[in-house]
Design a protein around this ligand. Structure first.
Ligand code: PMP
Length: 452
């Protein structure tokens, strides 16, 4: 049987700080919120939802359908038990949990799931509950990142993005006509010296960037994991130059490096004189299910409130049913089971990384350059083509594809679309045999280019 929620994470370092942590006041965020966010009013109905749980209250408030008319009588599923790998466990959702799952729910998320997430963030990032930050659940982290960008960025604003950057945020900033200021990265994370140089040489009189976007573990696309030193430098710069860090961290639990995992920005900022510059995005997509569409944002309440106001006018809330399913599983596993599961997943991807790297070494030594990722599911490698610093675009989109290999040319991850010899390969799905065959075919393509 799966153990009941123990409230403790086996083997992880508790990071919880004592009192003494000073949070930035809510008024600090006024100058960060976009005009749209400031103009968005709370939903007159959803903002009163919490009152409905008041004992004795009779509510005529919302147009909630009567759940007794719904045809579902229970949901049952089986799931692995990470603490008991030999036996799956059967879980059933019925009674009040089912009623909750079938009904509209609070905009920020299901109460029990939010509580579970608070406990996780305390255990993993040392963030004590109720201290100047809160959590909202979204339909994947993408949903929350999109809403956070809308909450913080005005059309035309300059924004700092690590470069190369997750291709999924480029259109968000493009649609707002933002100037995307690319900050150089290497295998150790954001190059803080180039960030410093950008900020120190910022033209006087020009609006300064309010946000920096980064994926600090197993970056999509570069695979890099930022070192502790770089993280500290970036945090110090956020204080000196007054910007917020959008920490998009779907690969946090996919860290498989040999060195101890560096703390997240969300944890590290507890050492800052004032806390509240980090808005963190977690995703369950890479560890529980991508299709179930659950992610969560953790950070300063004024920004989370703005995100919730957006939700209450767009999709109203994340599916209550999927939240109930996930909460049922997480409650059954407990934190210990959850962390054990994430370690198993990380070990799975570490093996995939090794298989891919062995194939790279075998077929592309001298024909490509790469650094070995310490987390995540991406290899970012540079083709050593005929032309010095050549362009991977045509080779990947035409010649590699003609030979039956599909990967993404690096230009897809550069906001200004400039050419690059880099390629991103996701190694999450392919077998050892497929990887070997694909990299062998790439070798042929590169050799052909070099011979041309
Ligand atoms: N951020 C990054 C860096 C990602 O790689 C992804 C998934 N491709 C997302 C966000 C979106 O994840 P989710 O499924 O949680 O919306």
């Amino acid at each position: 049987m799966i153990k009941e929620n123990s409230g403790e994470i086996n083997g992880s370092q508790p990071l919880t700080k004592g009192d003494g942590v000073k949070y930035l006041p809510d008024t600090f965020y006024t100058s960060f919120l976009s005009d749209i966010a400031k103009n968005r009013k709370p939903s007159p109905i959803r903002s009163l939802f919490p009152l409905e749980s008041r004992p004795g209250l009779i509510s005529f408030l919302a147009g909630k359908p009567n759940a007794t008319t719904f045809p579902f009588t229970s949901f049952s599923f089986t799931a692995q038990d990470p603490l008991n790998p030999d036996r799956d466990t059967a879980l059933t959702i019925d009674g009040p949990a089912l009623a909750q799952g079938l009904q509209y729910g609070d905009t920020s998320g299901l109460h029990g799931l939010l509580e579970w997430i608070h406990g996780l963030q305390e255990n993993q990032h040392g963030r004590r509950r109720g201290e100047g930050w809160r959590v909202s659940v979204g339909a994947g982290s993408q949903d929350l990142i999109f809403k956070a960008v809308a909450a913080l960025v005005n059309p035309g604003d300059p924004v700092l993005v690590e470069s190369p950057v997750y291709a999924g945020v480029i259109p968000m900033f493009q649609s707002l006509d933002c100037e995307q200021i690319e900050v150089e990265t290497d295998a150790h994370g954001i190059c803080s010296s180039s960030l410093r140089s950008i900020l120190e040489n910022w033209p006087s009189g020009k609006l300064k960037p309010k946000v920096l976007y980064s994926v600090p573990y197993g970056c999509n696309p570069t695979g890099m994991t930022a070192t502790l030193e770089r993280r500290k430098e970036v945090l110090a710069l956020s204080r000196e130059h007054n910007f917020l860090i959008l920490e998009d961290d779907p690969y946090f639990y996919l860290y498989y490096g040999d060195a101890p995992r560096p703390p997240s920005y969300f944890a590290l900022e507890l050492e800052e004189p004032e806390v509240g510059r980090v808005l963190r995005f977690d995703s369950l997509s890479k560890i529980l299910s991508a299709g179930i569409r659950i992610g969560f944002a953790s950070g300063p309440a004024p920004i989370l409130n703005a995100i919730d106001r957006h939700t209450s006018t767009s999709n109203l809330q994340t599916s209550t049913l999927t939240q109930v399913i996930i909460h049922t599983l997480l409650k059954a596993w407990g934190y210990e089971g959850f962390i054990t599961h994430t370690r198993n997943v990380a070990a799975f991807y570490r093996h995939k990384r090794d298989v891919f790297e062995t194939a790279l070494e075998k077929h592309l030594s001298g024909l490509a350059e790469w650094s070995s990722p310490q987390a995540g599911m991406f290899f970012w490698f540079k083709l050593l083509l005929n032309e010095q610093d050549g362009d991977s675009e045509s080779i990947i989109r035409t010649k590699a594809l003609e030979r039956g290999v599909l990967a993404l040319p690096g230009t897809a991850f550069l906001p200004n679309g400039r050419k690059t010899a880099y390629v991103r390969a996701a190694f999450s799905l392919t077998s050892e045999e497929e990887v070997n065959e694909a990299i062998r075919r790439l070798r042929e393509v590169i050799l052909e280019d070099r011979a041309a």
